[in-house]
Ligand binder design. Structure first.
Ligand code: IPM
Ligand code: MN
Length: 353
């Protein structure tokens, strides 16, 4: 298969994990006779520095012309510490989501048996937890009208029937292909938008008689996720709730550095880790590249290359089992491997085993 991939390394540890991810994609291409070509674009603080715009038109064009976008991270301390900044790196990510129509963000939460000890939750609770959080990504408060004054500020949360139906459709389809349980997470006891979600969810549930659909308030879902993570199979929710719940979900598997995601929608799909740019670690060769590498596996799956995706996951499992790990997940007493070394080890495994 020929794939033209737009690579957006972004800021902080982004470029390092991006290189590790591409090394893995190259290994897959070589082992399975595919041709992957890459075009790099600027995004985030790197793009602001070069052009003044966190998602320049040229980057948008590169994304539109590609089959997939391989995104890493944006964010920079210079902007975090300056609330007055007129443009922020994060706006690049939001602009990309909006312009590419990436309304469905798919965040799988899986546990690795050999990393269970890293989870702050008890092993017997998190063992075999395996669910997918589907987050609406182009609506809600993130994109509603805003007003910001010195004494009053307003964020608006708007959802239309069309927006709700298309994301619920993605979620019902996922649930149908998995363990057939869908949890629609909302705050319908308080919010009008949530009541619209719930109403549409109840209507659509009739089209999926083999899926067990529950409706759960977001506060309750946040609690249930740490009390009984195995309850969930597919969870679907609006943008802001999804942002919060997926950070919470990431601790289940023990490290944020492990969770990949796919953002799907109207144009080119984007594959990216859920973690941020960790500027303090930039250039130190200590960042965990696994979320980025597992995002490459999601990319391969998206194009029907499931044997290839499985090979990537097998290589990641092998690296963990053989303690080829970055400091965040390496037990005391074992030597640390760098971002480069972990990436190279996984690429070599793919080429040789
Ligand atoms: C995420 C991030 C982004 C979000 C930030 C960087 C704007 O936290 O992808 O979850 O809030 O969506
Ligand atoms: Mn987030």
């Amino acid at each position: 298969m020929n794939l033209n991939i737009a690579v957006l390394p972004g800021d902080g540890i982004g470029p390092e994990i991006s290189r590790a991810g591409i090394g893995v994609l190259d290994a897959i291409a070589s082992r399975f006779n595919h041709t992957f070509s890459y075009t790099t674009g600027l995004v985030g603080a790197a793009a602001i520095d070069a052009t003044g715009d966190p998602f320049p038109e040229e980057t948008y064009r590169i994304c539109c012309d590609a089959d997939a976008v391989f995104f890493s991270a944006v964010g920079d301390l210079r902007f975090d510490n300056n609330p007055e900044a007129k443009v922020r790196p994060e706006q690049g990510l939001l602009a990309m989501r909006k312009k590419l129509g990436l309304y469905a963000n798919v965040r799988p939460v899986e546990t690795f048996n050999c990393l269970l000890y890293l989870s702050p939750l008890r092993k017997e609770l998190v063992e075999n937890a395996d669910f997918v959080c589907i987050r609406e990504l182009t609506g809600g408060m993130y994109f509603g009208e805003k007003r910001e004054g010195a004494d009053e500020a307003i964020d608006t949360c708007v959802y239309t029937r069309g927006e709700v139906e298309r994301i619920l459709r993605v979620a019902f389809d996922y649930a149908s292909r998995r363990r057939k349980r869908l949890t629609v997470v909302d705050k319908a006891n308080v919010l009008a938008t949530s009541r619209l979600w719930r109403h549409i969810g109840q209507e659509m549930a009739k089209e999926y008689p083999d899926v067990t659909t529950d409706f759960m308030y977001v506060d309750n879902a946040a609690m249930r996720m740490v009390q009984e993570p195995r309850f969930f199979d597919v969870m679907v929710t609006e943008n802001t709730f999804g942002d919060i719940l997926t950070d919470e979900a990431s601790v289940i598997s023990g490290s944020m550095g492990l969770l990949p995601s796919a953002s799907l929608g109207e144009k080119t799909p984007v594959f990216e880790p859920i973690h941020g740019s960790w500027p303090q670690a930039a250039g130190k060769n200590i960042a965990n590249p696994l979320a980025q590498i597992l995002s490459a596996a999601m990319l391969l799956d998206h194009f029907g290359l499931s044997t290839e995706a499985r090979k990537v996951r097998e290589a990641v499992d092998a690296s963990l089992e053989q303690y080829v790990r970055t400091p965040d997940i390496q037990p005391e007493g074992k030597p640390f491997y760098g971002t480069i070394e972990v990436g190279r080890w996984i690429a070599d495994y793919i080429l040789n085993f």
